[in-house]
Design a protein around this ligand. Sequence first.
Ligand code: RIB
Length: 319
Amino acid sequence: MSVVVVGSYNQDHVWRVDRFPKPGETRRGLGFSTGPGGKGFNQAVASARQRATTAFIGALGDDTLARTARELAAAEGLDARWQVCSGTSTGSCGIVVDAQGQNQIVLDLAANERLAPEFVAAQADLFASARVVLVQMETGVAAIRAALAAAPAGCVRLLNPAPVHADADAALIAGADLVTPNETEFADLLARCAGVTISAETIAAIGNAELHALCRRLGSASIVVTLGARGCFVSHADAARWHDTETHYRLPAEKAQVRDTTGAGDAFNGALAAQLARFPGQSLRSGLIQAGRTAALSTERAGAAVAMPTLAEVEARFG
Ligand code: RIB
């Protein structure tokens, strides 16, 4: 197995609006759709569509949504291992998307929070051949630790700390090889892991040397801070490990006709995992360029998992 993703599955319910309602306001919707989501599942679909052999480990409730999840995983060619949690529901999510493609999200993680570390560890056959183990933070922290611990020697442990879990600590972050926070998550991690207070809005404007030094405070081998339309910032403890020539650098974002940014971070992380698994000798810079292209294309489509572009689609658009 090239990529093993351990994480969440949610049924997303999406309403389009011209603008977000204010507190107490009722706003008329411009359209509704429902489909598969959850950061873990979205990332697994993105990885599979970038032609990496991909497995997914997650948890479902004992409800009708669970059947849909199984069917969708099979349709995407994922080797999916589901822990069924009786007495709880499958994760669900309400998303409001405005005319600029920005979103507001309400999430009930439900079964995802009950994903057991023992269940994760029991999927040893998947981990044995993994080149990349990819986790996010929509499950309990014990399941995340179990996934990172199950990664075999030489495997890349890729942690997308989205959204930062209340129980996340410095040891968890330092235990990953590559950590990919957005600006908000980076500010949160700096506060909780290094005692550094910084405003998320100021991060993109910080000079490269200073931002690199801040990244080094987190203790992980490499950090990629995603900056939305402003691209990303890369910081390595050792650039040679990733076949890069610089210890820190910026990459611009690809241009896109943005329709819906939901799942763009998932497209980025799933595609990055696929690149690292398929081309282990390639530079991280190359992997990040493909990840950025995949994320940009995903924003031109509505939905989360269903919006993940295939490799052919990314190549047709960007060459
Ligand atoms: O990253 C987007 C995802 O976040 C959505 O699919 C939703 O389910 C939430 O987990």
